[in-house]
Design a binder for this molecule. Structure first.
Ligand code: URA
Length: 433
């Protein structure tokens, strides 16, 4: 088929057949189709939309553009995907929790870009941990630890890699069918029985407004279930940083503390448990939410989830005693500067996206996929919405490489945490799809 004819039909608002979509995606994978043709096609799709069937066909075609993993386990294979936020370290604890509940979790994660963090960058903080292991080691880790969190390989949904890179520079990212196909092609290539989506909404999320986030959640759930992967989604709030830390090594430390039952942030706990419950219901290992929550709490309390995390780290090349001594195996910043509220009151709002961008100032996140980052910098003891604060107790600490950097970021950070007269209220989990 001639690529420009397929583009022309989409430009003219016609519905593409499965054969046309397959032919176009095959051309992308084989590199017979140019970046210019991908740009024209994705802009036509962005402007004219895709039907449900076109979205299913595009997702399947992109999924099948590379390896599709197959597992032979006697329990369901599940994963969670988040649309990204600030301080979101849920994946680090959810994988081990679900593994300890008897599920298998082959989690293919991404790196951070701009204001949102990425699970892979967090795990790269751990000395020795291989985020790009061989297929054999990945499979062995899933088999023995029940979970493995690794990066996307060259062979997993390669068409998405090319399409996404073009969309990123051609203003076609914000299209619900394109986002749906992009996310699902990668996730479904991991051979899942069930998927749980964490669609974030708020001023630190990719989708700020609840209606857009709800449309994305609805689209992903509909398309994935049509394809046959049982999927549900939670809409969760991203109008504040999630948990007490932002920054790679600092977030791994918080995740380990959480698995040990220490220093638990209530919103992080709420989101983590809600997503775990969703995964247990989706995979039918629990009959109802009460039973699912009790399983989650049991493996946290017994230390079984911590043990799974420890095993995953060791199998993937990290230290065998990482959970006992996490600070020995991650770098830390030489400067730690407290930030104080400029008046007494309650934490009533945060400019979450700007807080995420301050991590870029500390070199803890990147603005270009090829930038290297500093894993040690970030923020700890982050105040939470509703906290009562005064001007003498720190509301957050900045971890930086030098005092100039720390002072600059501390000043900016203070402006992004809004102190009001009333505590902010509201649940971290907004809706279920
Ligand atoms: N994340 C993805 O993987 N793909 C998109 O299109 C948007 C966010």
């Amino acid at each position: 088929m001639i690529p420009q004819e397929i583009i022309r039909r989409k430009r003219n608002k016609q519905i593409l057949s499965k054969e046309e979509i397959d032919s176009f995606v095959e051309g992308i994978t084989s590199e017979d189709i140019s970046d210019a043709q991908i740009a024209a096609m994705t802009m036509a799709m962005f402007l004219n939309g895709l039907s449900g069937k076109e979205t299913v066909d595009l997702t399947l075609s992109m999924r099948d553009s590379g390896d599709v993993l197959k597992w032979n386990f006697d329990a369901p294979v599940v994963d969670k995907h988040s649309t990204g936020g600030v301080g979101d370290k849920v994946s680090l604890v959810l994988g081990p929790i679900l593994a300890a509940c008897g599920l298998y979790v082959p989690m293919i994660s991404g790196r951070g870009l701009g204001h949102t963090g990425g699970t892979l960058d967090k795990l790269d903080s751990v000395e020795g941990y291989q985020t790009t292991p061989s297929n054999e080691l990945f499979k062995k880790t899933v088999q023995e630890a029940g979970c493995a969190i690794i990066g996307q390989t060259q062979h997993l949904a390669p068409a998405d890699k090319r399409i996404y890179a073009v969309r990123d520079v051609c203003a076609t990212v914000e299209s619900i069918p394109l986002i749906t196909a992009s996310i699902l092609s990668k996730k479904l290539a991991a051979g899942l029985d069930c998927l749980v989506m964490d669609v974030k909404c708020g001023n630190g999320a990719f989708m700020e407004n609840e209606a857009d986030a709800a449309n994305l959640a609805d689209s992903i759930v509909r398309i994935a279930n049509t394809i046959g992967t049982k999927t549900s989604a939670l809409l969760t709030d991203m109008n504040s940083v999630l948990g007490k830390t932002v920054g790679n090594a600092l977030e791994v430390f918080e995740a380990v503390e959480y698995l040990k039952g220490q220093d638990i942030d209530s919103r992080f706990d709420e989101v983590t448990k809600a997503l775990c419950v969703e995964a247990l219901l989706c995979s039918k290992v629990a009959a109802n939410s009460k039973e699912a929550l009790s399983k989650v709490e049991k493996v946290l309390k017994s230390g079984a989830a911590l043990e799974r995390f420890s095993k995953m780290v060791a199998l993937l090349g990290g230290p065998a005693d990482f959970v006992e001594h996490p600070k020995n195996y991650m770098s830390s910043s030489p400067v730690k500067q407290p930030v104080f509220a400029n008046k007494e009151g309650y934490v009533s709002a945060m400019n979450t996206r700007d807080i995420g961008l301050l991590l870029v100032e500390l070199k803890g996140s990147r603005t270009h996929p090829l930038h290297t980052i500093d894993h040690a910098t970030g923020f700890s003891c982050f105040c939470q919405l509703g906290d009562k604060v005064d001007t003498k107790t720190p509301i957050v600490y900045v971890h930086a490489q030098n005092s100039e950097q720390a002072a600059f970021v501390a000043r900016k950070l203070q402006e992004q945490i809004i102190i009001g007269e009333r505590p902010a209220v509201g649940s971290a989990v907004l809706r279920r799809f």
